[in-house]
Design a binder for this molecule. Structure first.
Ligand code: RIB
Length: 303
């Protein structure tokens, strides 16, 4: 049984698909619009929830707003096998991500709303929930000082932390000594370790720094060599949330005692499946969908 706590943003994604990006002062026609649950915290939690078994215990800590989105976002988490007893409803709007899908890629403007009001200062039972976790997963869409309070607590208690420094913030380097895994993409890695070659940076953080390379896969230093695990080739429909699927799947696989390499391969397959459908959570696979894929490896058949 895995006990994972995901702490982070829970947002509504307002997605516009367009053939043209508006210039300053210009209005253009969009192709289509959809509104779907998102937020990096919620996405990573849903990725874990869909891949987990009924014996696992997966909790989300965070906040939604006192608006019409709040109850929808909560119901969505529950529908994905997640415990939400410690998701607060706060006097604010819910987090919103305005996403433009253009040319097979996304551009996102994120307004934190309730996510920006997540505070550890009023926590009590929440610390107990964290204390019982095998793994805590964090990203950068709640305030940095709250992330710091959480990682300090986890470090003191010996609880493993997977930290996805997305979107990049100037303060990210403060988090690194307190966490077990850091999973930036190339751009975030550059922001974290400016003026350094990727191979050199990787060598400084063996089995800890995992850099996602988009279509090229993922790379890390195993203590002996820099490893590159290739992505599975595909024509992506929507890459929004691919990184979140990757992080959630990687985290779950680690708690199932898979080696880092195996856990990364598991996560790569999950994110490969996730980009086949629209929406950050739309294509996130269930464990049965993973098992139905030819790249699924039988030895991943964890309980
Ligand atoms: O990682 C993708 C997510 O980031 C989207 O769902 C959106 O909420 C943005 O913040």
């Amino acid at each position: 049984m895995s006990n994972i706590v995901i702490i982070g943003s829970i947002s509504m994604d307002l997605v516009m698909v367009t053939n043209r990006i508006a210039e300053e002062g210009e209005t253009v026609f969009g192709e289509s619009f959809f509104m779907v649950p998102g937020g990096k915290g919620a996405n990573q939690a849903v990725a874990v929830g869909r891949l987990s078994s009924p014996k696992d215990h997966i909790s989300v800590l965070g906040a939604v707003g006192e608006d019409s989105f709040g109850p929808i976002l909560l119901e969505n988490l529950k529908a994905n096998h997640l415990h939400v007893n410690h998701v607060g409803t706060v006097p604010s709007s819910s987090g919103i991500a305005q996403i433009t899908l253009f040319n097979q890629d996304n551009r996102i403007i994120y307004c934190p709303g309730a996510n920006g009001l997540v505070t550890t200062s009023n926590w009590s039972e929440e610390w107990q929930v964290i204390a019982e976790a095998d793994l805590v997963i964090l990203q950068n869409e709640i305030p940095h000082q709250e992330n710091m309070a959480i990682v300090r607590y986890c470090h003191q208690k010996g609880i493993k932390v997977l930290y996805n420094p997305a979107p990049a913030r100037e303060t990210d380097s403060e988090m690194i000594p307190f966490v077990d895994f850091v999973t930036p993409n190339q751009h975030e890695c550059q922001a974290l370790f400016p003026n350094q070659e990727l191979a050199e940076t990787l060598r400084n953080y063996p089995n800890k720094l995992i850099v996602t390379l988009g279509k090229k896969g993922v790379t890390y230093f195993d203590g002996q060599e820099v490893q590159v695990i290739p992505a599975i080739k595909t024509e992506a429909k929507d890459t929004t949330g691919a990184g979140d699927t990757f992080n959630g799947a990687f985290g779950l696989a680690l708690t199932k005692q898979l080696s880092i390499t195996e856990a990364l391969k598991f996560a790569i397959l999950a994110s490969h499946l996730s980009v086949q459908k629209f929406g950050a959570q739309g294509g996130m696979p269930t464990i049965d969908e993973m098992k139905g894929h030819p790249e699924y490896v039988k030895r991943w058949d964890f309980e």
